[in-house]
Design a protein around this ligand. Structure first.
Ligand SMILES: Cc1cc2nc3c(=O)[nH]c(=O)nc-3n(C[C@H](O)[C@H](O)[C@H](O)COP(=O)(O)OP(=O)(O)OC[C@H]3O[C@@H](n4cnc5c(N)ncnc54)[C@H](O)[C@@H]3O)c2cc1C
Length: 318
């Protein structure tokens, strides 16, 4: 049986390994001491906090990952879309909130109809309603895509199919990852530094030991590939290198706030302004979050690597 080496034990690496096991000897080489990559959960005072992915995106019925995830113990609940939304400290009306939700669904369709070409920025500039602008930043801004709307093609946004309701992952990734990785051959703390595919067998270099395989599948992020942490011999084809060099990684920071218990149960969401939201949020916490009736607020505010971001999204997990 031929051997496949898979670099990385995130969701992509684990999924590839499960698909190929039985037909190939599969070996996963993982840089850190655990599986999951950007799907990771920590526990704080008994509360599960997802440090990476926290939502099943798009319609659960259409999301191919949802069925796999459910089978292996991932649990989720529908996102409460009726939550109160604040924007810049002001509570949005139901009409305004619906406008944002409707626009997020409608924008990719409008772009698909082909009235706009080139960069999404033209479409953005044409929006007169500031809420539509902020909704477009949520949908396609640097937080989601890692680049500004001036650099993002209409074609890409039009292709987005995330138009269904989101579901919030509850209870964390641990049980799922344990089940999903069960029986797989994983070498931990084993960061691959070089892959040489000049001979019949692929030579894989790590600080601990070297491995050989018939095939290699690299699932590390674009960010890792762009740092040159893995050296390829021969170098990747020019068209692949050129494509990689043009792809940016978004940087999504999550902030978790513990709020005092309040009498009513509920959920609150906020839309904030990029970097300033962090400072403003702290300063205005008592005022801005006055409508928050839950105990625990999980917040995600995004900036891209250069710190440029017009929009932050704060979601709550009460
Ligand atoms: C804060 C945040 C929130 C997110 N929210 C959502 C969400 O709500 N819904 C959603 O669908 N997606 C979300 N995502 C995106 C989602 O988490 C990722 O798309 C997905 O986890 C990527 O999986 P992957 O296996 O492709 O890569 P990764 O998870 O990055 O896995 C790559 C693995 O490779 C390993 N590795 C790196 N370098 C080496 C090396 N040299 N040698 C060996 N191993 C190496 C890494 O340690 C890692 O385990 C979010 C991401 C972040 C960061």
């Amino acid at each position: 049986m031929k051997t496949v080496a898979i670099i990385g034990a995130g969701i992509a690496g684990l999924t590839a390994a499960r698909e190929l096991s039985g037909q190939y000897n599969v070996l996963i080489l993982e840089a850190v001491g655990e599986t999951g990559g950007r799907c990771r959960t920590m526990t704080h005072n008994g509360t599960r906090l997802d440090l990476g992915a926290g939502f099943i995106q798009g319609s659960v019925a259409d999301n191919p990952f949802a069925a796999v995830a459910a089978k292996h113990g991932l649990k989720w609940a529908p996102l409460d879309a009726t939550r109160t939304v604040y924007y810049n400290g002001k509570k949005l009306s139901d009409v305004e909130q619906k406008m944002i939700s409707d626009f997020i669904v409608a924008a990719p369709r409008e772009l698909q109809q082909g009235h706009y070409t080139g960069a999404v920025n033209e479409f953005y500039t044409a929006r007169k309603n500031p809420l539509e602008k902020i909704a477009l930043q949520m949908l396609a801004g640097p937080t989601e895509t890692g680049c500004d709307l001036t650099e993002l093609s209409v074609h890409d946004v039009a292709d987005q199919h995330e138009t269904g309701e989101f579901a919030v992952i509850t209870g964390g990734w641990d049980e799922f990852l344990q089940n999903y990785a069960a029986g797989l051959n994983i070498v931990y703390d084993c960061a691959v530094s070089a892959i040489n595919f000049t001979g019949d067998q692929i030579q894989i270099t790590t600080p601990q030991q070297n491995f050989t395989a018939d095939y290699a599948i690299v699932t590390t992020s674009i960010g890792i590939l762009n740092t040159g942490a893995i050296q390829f011999t021969p170098p990747l084809p020019p068209e692949q290198s050129a494509a990689l060099a043009q792809l940016h990684m978004g940087l999504l920071d999550k902030y978790f706030f513990l709020l005092a218990p309040r009498a009513r149960a509920g959920r609150t969401g906020l839309l904030g302004k990029g970097r300033s939201a962090v400072g403003n949020l702290a300063a205005r916490k008592s005022r801005s979050l006055a409508g928050c009736s839950g105990r625990q607020l999980g917040a995600a505010i995004g900036t891209n690597a250069a710190g440029r971001c017009d929009c932050g999204v704060i979601g709550t997990f009460v």
